[in-house]
Design a protein around this ligand. Structure first.
Ligand code: A3P
Length: 325
């Protein structure tokens, strides 16, 4: 294989390797096979790839975490891609087809270079594709109460006027449909839409199920767990611990992150003013009812106890919310 235009390269590749369904990008700077098929303009001394992936799951505070982490002078984040809600969503997503030249164009040199795409965590193809391109990267997973996360997802859909979520009206109706108890007379179209929403609300919170896949491709020593609930309450403290784990020089986050009473969340301090995340992050909505909480707790109970066991066995700290659960 030699460099030619992408379509011709792809055709040639699949002619040679007909058993493969998807291309797997490795790093052309360390894999000579791929060196020959990237454009001649590809410059190994200039190319930057991440050494930290914040993989999610979604709705666990990943945007706030990224925004606060970049306060550190030795940390840089990928530039945003407006077509996919700022996230690159490269591994396991359609942007993977854009190739590594496209991907690496979004990074700049720093001690820690990170990419945050919260869709990676429960994406079946992301771990394999990430391990092929950036095998030495650290993988950060935010551990957050999956019941709260599911509720936050539902509220996200309501805020976006999602027709399925609006027609259900409550997360309980969605959960009913998922358990096969849709009210008589409900259209099949609605039931299907509600089941799809249920999958999105519930999937990312089944931690061990997805963690298993990441551990097939990355050693535990490269996985970094972060307690999302503790981060919500004490971001500076959690960032201090994270920076230590990443072998970065200490940084006084507490000076640059303050609680905003009006937002109800911590925000960055920029030129003596608080700069909070936009209205899509840290929404205000009615609290989850106790009944829904219990129901979700039941749904996640086995998954949570498996996570608890896994963390204990691995010598990792167990988040407070998981102990109580
Ligand atoms: P809600 O908007 O439902 O409260 P993500 O960025 O991964 O999509 O997560 C969004 C969630 O981050 C928010 O969900 C909010 O609870 C949480 N979060 C944690 N710290 C935050 C902060 N400082 N500002 C805004 N949201 C924060």
């Amino acid at each position: 294989l030699r460099w030619q235009d992408p379509l011709a390269s792809a055709k040639e590749y699949f002619r040679l390797f007909s058993g493969e369904k998807f291309p797997i990008w490795t790093d052309p700077c360390t894999d000579s096979r791929h060196r020959t098929i990237v454009p001649p303009t590809f410059n190994c001394s200039a190319r930057v790839l991440p050494n930290l992936l914040i993989v999610g799951p979604q709705k666990t505070g990943t945007t706030a975490l990224s925004s606060f982490l970049t306060l550190h002078p030795d940390v840089s984040q990928n530039s945003p891609d407006p077509r996919s809600f700022e996230e690159l969503q490269f591994f396991g997503g359609s942007n993977y087809e854009n190739g590594i030249e496209w991907y690496s164009r979004h990074f700049r040199h720093s001690i820690v270079v990170f990419e945050k795409s919260a869709t990676y965590f429960d994406n079946p193809n992301a771990p394999k594709q990430a391990a092929a391109l950036v095998p030495n990267t650290k993988v950060l997973i935010v551990l957050y109460d999956p019941a709260k996360r599911a509720y936050s997802w539902f509220q996200h859909l309501i805020a976006h006027n999602d027709s399925g979520a609006l027609s259900a009206g409550s997360l309980d109706v969605i959960l009913d449909a998922n358990e096969g108890f849709a009210e008589e007379g409900t259209s099949l179209k609605n039931v299907e839409a509600w089941k799809k929403i249920a999958r999105r609300c519930l999937s990312g919170g089944r931690y061990t199920q997805h963690l298993e896949r990441w551990l097939q491709f990355f050693p535990l020593s490269q996985i970094v767990f972060l307690d999302g609930e503790k981060f919500l309450e004490k971001p500076a403290e959690v960032l201090h611990e994270l920076v230590e784990k990443l072998d970065l020089p200490a940084f006084d986050f507490a000076n640059y992150i303050k609680f905003s009473k009006s937002k109800g969340f911590h925000c960055r301090v920029v030129q003596n003013k608080l700069k909070c995340l936009g209205k899509g992050k840290g929404r205000s909505y009615a609290p989850m009812s106790e009944a829904t909480r219990m129901r979700l707790g039941k749904h996640f109970s086995l998954h949570n106890s498996a996570l608890h066991k896994f963390l204990r066995r691995s010598g990792e700290p167990v988040p407070k919310w998981l102990k109580i659960d």
